[in-house]
Design a protein around this ligand. Sequence first.
Ligand code: MN3
Length: 201
Amino acid sequence: MVTFQKDTLEYEYSVLEPYIDKETMQIHYEKHHQAYCDKLNAALESIDKDPQTLEEIFETISEYPTGVRNNAGGVWNHNFFWKSMCENGSTLSDEFKSKLEESFGSIEKFEEEFTQKALNQFGSGWAWLIKLEDGSLQITSTANQDNPLMRDVVEISGTPLLGVDVWEHAYYLKYQNKRPDYVKAFFNVVNWEEVERRYNK
Ligand code: MN3
């Protein structure tokens, strides 16, 4: 059986400050993300499937118990989230900027729509920018730790390009109940180079 582990964090906990604080990063990575790994590995022990990758689990997610769905999502989503951010954010290329403008009208409108999705996600979940099969961009959200790659359970499926964690544990220490301030701050640390790399893959 494969033991799933979280990816190594490629930067120090403090580099996303003042937007995402060091303490939140540390607890989020060391405690929350680790807990998803541990619970996923435990949940897989009690079933007779032997998936080799998280994506393999996602492909037929409805055949797995809820514990696997929640925790496999938790492991994948956080690996993805850490790589979606970098110190001071990275610059949007002209090409991808045009792509966003074409899809949403302007960068500001993209940010507005993405923020609205993040704010309207009731309770815990994620807001996403995804790529559909025809190459077009769409903004969506998922509940809990669901992921747009879980085709048989999500409303809109696609390839995730950017995601923001809107569970309270992602922002409560610094922003308390002010999710809008957290999402606004998130845009300062988006790693657009990584987003674009995902789009072109
Ligand atoms: Mn989280």
